[in-house]
Each structure stands twice: as structure tokens, then as C-alpha cells.
Design a protein around this ligand. Sequence first.
Ligand code: SF4
Ligand code: SF4
Length: 252
Amino acid sequence: MSEEMIPIDLEDLMHFNCNSENQCFNECCRDLNQALTPYDVLRLKKNLGIPSQSFLRTYTSLHYGPESGLPVVEFKPNPDSGHECPFVTPKGCSVYDDRPASCRMYPLARAIARSRETGEIAQYFALIEEPHCKGFEHKSNQKVREWLKGQNIEKHNRENDRLMELISLKNQILPGKLEGVLSDKFYLALYDLDEFKEQIVNNNLLYEFNIPEKIKESIKKDDETLLNLGLSWVKYMLFGIKMTFGEQEDGD
Ligand code: SF4
Ligand code: SF4
């Protein structure tokens, strides 16, 4: 599928409208090659009301990123429908409120760069114009910034930027494929959250870090605190960065 990437600014107009009247409705959900972030998995398994292990086994497959060498989780191709998303229905997305960040962002692509001096993140955007997508035939007075707000994506971006930071560190400090126990722990702590919780609460995983009681109680009911802990543990394992038990930010 040929596509064009056009750089665009937050203050530019977003001449785009996706709706069920478009003849291309659902087309973008039928040819997926879509990686899922840990926060995407957290939201989707919660939406479906199933444990992380069932979600991962049923809906995803695993490979290794060619550049990062890290495990990458993506939607599993459906033998009956090829690359169609398992959640697309004739009426649209069945997990709309918890759809992944890349679905919210489409047809925009977002890249970030973190300042070494201040730690601040700069965002860059581009429009992905694909021939099948008829959403570009609409005119609009809405700016990119306003369109993004309607996608409710800020929380996803904040969470996913932490993964991006981890990937960037991995590329700098530990190039090559992550294998064996380290790879298993990465997958456990970031994607298989319910099993990670089980290991901490009932099998004393992480006992040597003296996790504060407040955090221990919190992870029993709050997957975002659990994911934060997982990210911190992975940074400790891979790069020797001291474990932190920071408070979870509020979000949508
Ligand atoms: S192809 Fe474009 S306009 Fe059509 S449903 Fe997908 S995003 Fe919307
Ligand atoms: S999760 Fe929803 S929006 Fe994303 S590809 Fe699947 S059906 Fe489409």
C-alpha cells in the first residue's frame, strides 16, 4: 500500500473526517500490522474483562524488534480474515473507548525527541495519506491540536513515551537482541501484568526491593501502578537504574 508522509504542525488545519458514511469505513482496520504497547494491552484486556495472559494468547503474537532487539507484541493475524483486526465489526470498533494509541492517532504519525538538558519532550507530526482512506476529502476548520484532543490520546502518549525512553536507552546501552530470562522478564513486567502481579503478591517476586506497603496494596487493584513498577524493574534489570516507586499520574 503506497502512502505519503506529510509533515504537519499542531496549529495547522486538519482536513480530515473519519465517519461511518465514508465508503472506506473500517478499511483501515482490515490490513493491520500493528504493534501494541504495554499501555494498549492494559486498556484492551480491561475493556474485555479478561486476564492479560488470555488476552495475549488469544489476540496477539510476539516477535523481536529488528532495531531494538526487544519483544514486540502485535495483533495476531486471523486465519479467516488475514490481517483484519479482531475487534472490527460492521458497526466499527468494538473496543473504541480503549482502542490502541496508533488507532487514535491515525492518520497522524507522531515522533518525539527528549532534550538532554531539560528532559522536555518535543513532538513532531506527519500525515499519512493512504489512497484507500477517503477521510482526506473533507475540509475542516479544526486544527491538528483540536483534532488530537478529540481522540483522547494524551494519557496514551504519556504512558507510551515511557516505553520510548526505555527503547532509546536499550539502543544506546544494550544493543542487540534481548534473550533468555531477561526477555521473559521484560514480557512479564510490561505485558503480562496479571501474572506479574501474581508473582509479586503471592510468590515474593521483587521482595529484595522492599516495595512500600502502599504500593503493594495499590498494585492489587491498579494496573497503572503495576505497569509503572514493571517499567522501573525493567530499567533496573537492563541498565542498573535504581528502582523507584513514584505515584501514578492522573489521566483520562
Ligand atoms: S480509511 Fe480513513 S476515513 Fe476510512 S474509516 Fe479508516 S480512518 Fe476513517
Ligand atoms: S482496535 Fe478498533 S480502531 Fe483499532 S484497528 Fe481494531 S477495530 Fe480498528
